[in-house]
Ligand binder design. Sequence first.
Ligand SMILES: C[S@@+](CC[C@H](N)C(=O)[O-])C[C@H]1O[C@@H](n2cnc3c(N)ncnc32)[C@H](O)[C@@H]1O
Length: 239
Amino acid sequence: MHLMSEPVLWTGDGSPHSARFNDRYRSKSGGLAQASSVFLAGCDLPAGWFGRNRFTVLETGFGLGLNFLATWAAWEVDALRCGRLHFVSVEAYPVAAADIVRSALTASCCSMANPEWLARAQALAQMWHDLKPGFHDFDFVDGRVRLTVAVGEVQTMLGCLDCQADAVYLDGFSPALNPQMWSADTLRAVALHCRPGTTLATYTAARSVRDGLERLGFLVQRCSGLPPKRHRLAAVFLP
Ligand SMILES: C[S@@+](CC[C@H](N)C(=O)[O-])C[C@H]1O[C@@H](n2cnc3c(N)ncnc32)[C@H](O)[C@@H]1O
């Protein structure tokens, strides 16, 4: 495990790209559009946290932290939000703080004009440093929003995690280019953190992922995707 920040390549159209995996960090339609229409909507959020004291989201692939920032933003503006939001994310190759801010600035056409959105990204970036392997907690909003980043290989870190997820975001790079994030063992390790009723969302509709989730007891729905993707998956754990 290296301790340098993972380099992010910013392409001509302003998209973040990984040289290690030769894939983009977020949808061509925009990071914020993907966070809300694939991950939040696929997990029935914000409705799903209504009436709960505490709600835990488990993510595979923290990347540029956009899903975290979008989930925190949705929580903050929701009058019916849960008391506490815990966002737990696994990441083997943490990026630099400057890339997190740049990603937030370019996440949608209106990101730059939203002061609260930028303030959240800057709050995260201020606490962010070269993360060593292991667990790192970051508290925001007087501790009502907690981010835990588990730095290390996905299966190892899922095996060490002590949390029960109410919602799961599967957000590795594409299954063809990043198979470890979608293997049957990884999906099984995710399912071990789920309870009956845990919701799950991902941008891919790859057959192997869909079948793998169904084998573990998820009820999987193939929904229309965010262009250019034709489909995405939304699921509920009903073992
Ligand atoms: C598509 S990006 C995630 C984007 C992120 N969710 C966001 O909101 O910005 C996929 C992430 O998975 C991470 N990753 C890939 N393989 C991994 C592995 N085997 N273990 C842990 N993380 C991995 C990559 O480093 C990358 O940051």
